[in-house]
Design a protein around this ligand. Structure first.
Ligand code: HEC
Length: 155
């Protein structure tokens, strides 16, 4: 019995891990820029675009440390820093798979993304848990994004 349960859990973990999905090209991970997406987003929730994010060449360690603290308080229950799934996918190497603005929108406009973005919806189908919006500010989300940069080895 115990063995069977473990197998089931492992199968789920693999399905939701995202690790085996090939890094998507330019087209797949774009933010929903359709009028429908804008219409379903909560009032004032303008989706983040690539222009809103400027990475310095080096990781900003101060921001990354703040992001790590936020992660430990608000995200760690569901996300690992490796590639294994907890409730949601692990964040190891996430910036190799997702565009920064897509990640920002997933953090700040979680519901709009789960309602309109095909990639987010595919994850929801696999994870079977709807990520709750964690009510981060734009700056806090940028700190978490900076922390994510430390989880993706520089090439
Ligand atoms: C209650 C569990 C839970 C918490 C807490 C949570 N998430 Fe999530 N997250 C999920 C799930 C589940 C998904 C997959 C999409 C879905 O099913 O809604 C996800 C997906 C994501 C993704 C996309 C991952 C990928 O591989 O593309 C990002 C980015 C993300 N979450 C960021 C955060 C941040 C930042 C926090 C903390 C501020 C956080 N999450 C807190 C459950 C959670």
């Amino acid at each position: 019995m115990k063995g069977l349960g473990l197998v089931a859990v492992l199968a789920l973990a693999v399905a939701c891990g995202g690790g085996e999905t090939p890094a998507t090209g330019d087209g797949a991970a774009t933010t929903p820029a359709t009028p429908e997406a804008a219409a379903t987003a909560p009032a004032g929730a303008d989706l983040v675009t690539a222009d809103d994010i400027k990475f310095a060449e080096q990781v900003d360690q101060g921001k990354a440390a703040k992001g790590k603290e936020l992660y430990e308080v608000k995200c760690q229950a569901c996300h690992s820093t490796g590639t294994n799934r907890v409730v949601g996918p692990g964040w190891g190497g996430i910036l190799e798979q997702r565009k920064p603005e897509w990640i920002m929108n997933m953090i700040l406009h979680t519901d709009a993304m789960l309602e309109t973005d095909p990639e987010a919806q595919a994850m929801l189908e696999e994870c079977l848990v709807r990520m709750p919006n964690q009510n981060l500010t734009h700056d806090e989300a940028l700190d978490v994004l900076e922390f994510m940069r430390t989880l993706t080895p520089a090439k």
